[in-house]
Design a protein around this ligand. Structure first.
Ligand code: SF4
Length: 359
């Protein structure tokens, strides 16, 4: 049973700790600009601060305002997102910018209820924007927050269980202070990211070192309650690096689904019992006369819901056919690398530089 005094002191202790020991110089701090705060919140989902910083800066240089972002083409937005992964975030970012320009005349709303109605903005992101742009009293909930609260208060609810998730939200809301909400919210983020880490938490630096229930009860490793992980299903594909002279054939993915709207390489299904090179060579005849077809080392790329075993194959065309489907284009390696590409595709194109056909 959590004592009410402990509950009341939690926010006070965390706020004081953040103001003295937390992070204060991240590029998206020290501003009330909801556009910048929103951009950082979206980029930081499932992505580490150190990875986000250069993307955030490049993105803002190109799209300094929400109007600039709304006016840009999706291809360009994806190009600036290329490498960050979870591309639905970029597509929603673009949709959201257009909605704010058309519905709010370019003025970013700062109320949690309004924010939550916009594309790609969930409850926690809406709360973070409301807090940091307008000092709104709202609770955030991400992996870091769940970890800190579960450990400090020895909570056994799982975020993966709808009833447990509801209780966690309710609990997080009950802790909110009436003042200095920005420091409190940032404190939850900072403590989870820098002190109360998943493994080897640095309890000697924690403001709850003496009061943390998980520490007192020696249950740090078991909290937060983990969801039982099912093994991810495995899919397989043959990915073709089709080259003619110094050009590579690219294929634009449909807007919806994995890598939606990005440029990728043509793919063909595996035929059981048939060598990959043979399948790829047959398939590539649709693009012209095949001079050579060489399978490369397969590798696996992990998505949230499945793993993809990619079997790459370099195909050299002697004579490319004149007609191409509308979603396919020929580009030099340099031009291809300037487009929005999924990370494994970018790596394959980068490594395609040593092919004989380019000499
Ligand atoms: S005392 Fe340790 S386990 Fe408890 S909240 Fe602090 S860092 Fe996390």
């Amino acid at each position: 049973m959590v004592q009410s005094r402990f509950l009341q002191e939690f926010a006070q202790t965390l706020t004081a700790w953040q103001e003295q020991h937390g992070r204060h110089d991240l590029p998206w701090q020290n501003t009330r600009d909801a556009y910048r705060i929103w951009l950082s919140e979206i980029m930081l989902q499932q992505t580490q601060v150190s990875t986000v910083i250069p993307y955030y800066q490049r993105f803002l240089e190109r799209f300094p305002t929400i109007t600039d972002l709304a006016a840009a083409g999706l291809d360009e937005v994806l190009q600036y997102w290329s490498g960050l992964g979870y591309y639905s975030r970029a597509r929603n970012l673009h949709k959201c910018a257009q909605a704010i320009v058309s519905e709010y005349r370019g003025f970013f709303p700062t109320k949690q209820e309004l924010l939550e109605t916009l594309p790609g903005i969930g409850r926690s992101t809406a709360a973070a924007i409301a807090v940091f742009s307008a000092g709104g009293k709202a609770a955030i909930m991400d992996g870091n927050v769940v970890r800190v609260l579960s450990r400090v208060f020895a909570l056994t609810d799982s975020i993966a269980d709808p009833a447990g998730k509801k209780r966690l939200w309710h609990f997080a809301e009950s802790l909110l202070p009436d003042t200095r909400i920005e420091s409190y919210t940032q404190g939850l983020m900072d403590l989870g990211a820098t002190v109360c880490t998943r493994s080897n938490p640095r309890c000697h630096l924690c403001p709850f070192e003496d009061t943390c229930k998980a520490r007192q009860e020696n249950r740090i490793a078991e909290l937060p309650v983990k969801k039982t992980k099912k093994p991810l299903p495995l899919r397989e594909t043959i990915m073709l690096i089709v080259m003619a002279g110094n050009c590579i054939l690219l294929e634009k993915r449909p807007d919806k689904g994995i890598w939606g709207g990005l440029y990728s390489l043509p793919e063909c299904p595996i035929i059981t019992g048939e060598p990959v090179g043979q399948t790829a060579g047959q398939y590539a005849k649709a693009f012209g006369t095949v001079d050579s077809c060489e399978p490369l080392m397969p590798f696996t790329h992990t998505f949230t819901h499945f793993r993809l075993n990619i079997m790459p194959c370099t195909v050299i065309l002697g004579n490319p056919s004149g007609t191409l489907a509308g979603n396919r284009i020929w580009r030099t390696k340099e031009e291809a690398l300037s487009l929005g590409l999924p990370t494994p595709v970018r790596k394959l194109i980068e490594s395609a530089g040593n092919q004989d056909c380019l000499s």
